[in-house]
Design a protein around this ligand. Structure first.
Ligand SMILES: Cc1cc2nc3c(=O)[nH]c(=O)nc-3n(C[C@H](O)[C@H](O)[C@H](O)COP(=O)(O)OP(=O)(O)OC[C@H]3O[C@@H](n4cnc5c(N)ncnc54)[C@H](O)[C@@H]3O)c2cc1C
Length: 447
């Protein structure tokens, strides 16, 4: 059993791990840093939405990990099995241990395909696809779609990029318009949530596109089972805040025969269960929606091995996620440990954009500790952003912080109305953000 030791150890060489290591190296060139990362490749996941809609190739989103490990940083190509923060040591699957003075955990999020009955068996077949797992299959299913029900859904667990399950729906809406099969298609969005997007003015802008694409929305729907053979999705209904149903049709054609009642805003069709082709049929306590295409985000959690460590919240709503101070990124339990990215329990959307603002705070606090000061840089205010692509040439950039407060990039918002879907914003998504990711963020530039 070999023992190694590094001044700073980073678990995970994804977005957060590489970004923090690169910034640390820029801050102090002489630091002894190692990244533990088992994967040979690194993906720019935000582009998978575009891969799933045929607007980008998967290959162009992936680079060899060895080209991204910052110069002067050691790469331990292994998988972590356990962390013993009392001994400042990390155990690898090979049985080796690595000791540290400072630890940064950036091990990301885990997809739990066992979390929904029938998901593991049906994903990748029978029209069940996910940009979170195989965006190329999503595009295969979309381009072979001939009409029917296209169901878009998401789990009740936290997920990374919570906007991604709806982005692909808008892109499909745009695609079927171009193929003239709009008339034969029902786009359905079924979510355990209560609104399409929590922050204004983005919600209003997205509602324009929900209307444009005639999206039928079902709120308070929790996916519990997929019957791949019969192409049926089973849902449990969650109680909505007003105790009622929220079902928005947005479609004159299909709403005509519906029994309707207005629940919220009188401008829309808000109707009860009907026998329309896209209705949810009650079977026992569950509701079944038939689909021809089903796109979903799998249930997600912190990695199983991590949940057993002393760095995970032992209980409460954030049980299993890494407990960190929401402003300083420092572990709630160990002062020489920091977390970054999807694995943390921060009450904001898990995105790469959030990590861009978290990384400098981690770097600042670790260097402060090294200088014998307190880790009292508390600059992270929950910033996250979601580039909501609504067509093949339009995007709006939802930027927000803790408690859903809108937080706009000062430079960008000087030139563009980022809350309005536009072509310049699309150029940013397609070309600007990937360029910034590979050439600036992963190279340790703090901007
Ligand atoms: C479809 C999709 C669309 C998205 N769209 C956007 C978007 O538009 N904008 C945006 O900002 N974000 C978006 N995201 C989210 C963004 O990609 C993630 O939030 C971000 O990559 C998280 O970074 P991370 O470092 O926390 O995790 P990751 O980048 O996933 O890295 C975690 C790393 O840890 C490694 N690891 C795991 N277990 C171990 C172990 N036991 N030992 C060692 N290493 C381990 C993994 O191999 C991985 O490399 C999207 C994601 C998806 C899937």
């Amino acid at each position: 059993m070999a023992n190694k030791r590094h001044q700073i150890l980073v678990i995970g060489g994804g977005t957060g791990g590489v970004m923090v290591a690169a910034q640390l190296k820029r801050a102090r060139g002489g630091l002894d840093i190692a990244i533990i990362e088992p994967s040979e490749t690194h993906a720019y996941q935000p582009a998978w939405t575009l891969v799933g809609s045929g607007l980008m190739d998967l290959d162009s989103t992936i680079k060899p990990e060895k080209r991204l490990i910052p110069s002067g940083v050691s790469w331990i190509k292994e998988r972590v099995e356990d962390i013993d923060p009392d001994k400042n040591a990390v155990k690898l699957e090979s049985g080796d241990t690595v000791e540290y003075e400072y630890l940064i955990v950036a091990a990301g999020i885990q997809m739990n395909l066992d979390g929904i009955e029938g998901l593991k068996e049906s994903l990748g077949t029978h029209g069940v696809c996910s940009n979170y797992v195989d965006p190329e299959y999503t595009w295969e299913v979309i381009r072979n779609f001939k009409g029917g029900n296209a169901l878009f859904t998401q789990p009740s667990t936290p997920i990374k990029c919570p906007g991604a399950p709806q982005k692909i729906m808008y892109l499909m809406g745009d695609y079927i318009k171009s193929k003239n099969i709009e008339e034969y298609t029902n786009l359905i969005f079924a979510t355990p949530g209560t609104v399409i997007f929590g922050v204004q003015p983005f919600r209003d802008e997205l509602e324009r596109y929900l209307i444009k694409y005639h999206v039928k929305q079902r709120y308070g729907y929790k996916l519990v089972k997929i019957d791949g053979e019969n192409r049926e999705a089973y849902y449990e209904r969650l109680e909505l805040p007003n105790g009622g149903d929220r079902y928005v049709v947005n479609d004159e054609r299909n709403a005509a025969g519906c029994m309707g009642f207005v629940w919220e805003d009188g401008a829309r069709h808000v109707v009860q269960e009907t026998n329309s082709p896209f209705h949810a049929e009650k079977k026992g306590t569950q509701y079944v929606i038939k689909y021809d295409l089903l796109h979903l985000a799998p249930p997600q959690s912190a990695p199983t091995w991590f949940q057993k460590t002393k760095l995970a919240n032992p209980d409460g709503v954030n049980q299993g996620w890494m407990g960190v101070d929401k402003h300083s990124m420092q572990s709630k339990y160990y002062s020489n440990v920091f977390g970054v990215g999807d694995i943390t329990d921060l009450p904001t959307a898990r995105t790469g954009a959030a990590i861009r603002k978290q990384a400098p705070v981690v770097v600042n606090n670790i260097t402060r500790l090294m200088d014998g000061k307190e880790a009292d840089c508390k600059n992270y205010k929950g910033y996250s952003s979601c580039p909501l692509v609504v067509s093949h040439n339009k995007m709006l950039l939802a930027e927000f912080g803790y408690d859903g407060a809108r937080m706009s990039d000062p430079i960008l918002s000087k030139f563009f109305n980022t809350g309005h879907a536009s072509y310049p914003m699309w150029i940013l998504k397609r070309y600007g953000l990937p360029f910034m990711y590979w050439n600036m963020m992963l190279k340790g530039y703090n901007f």
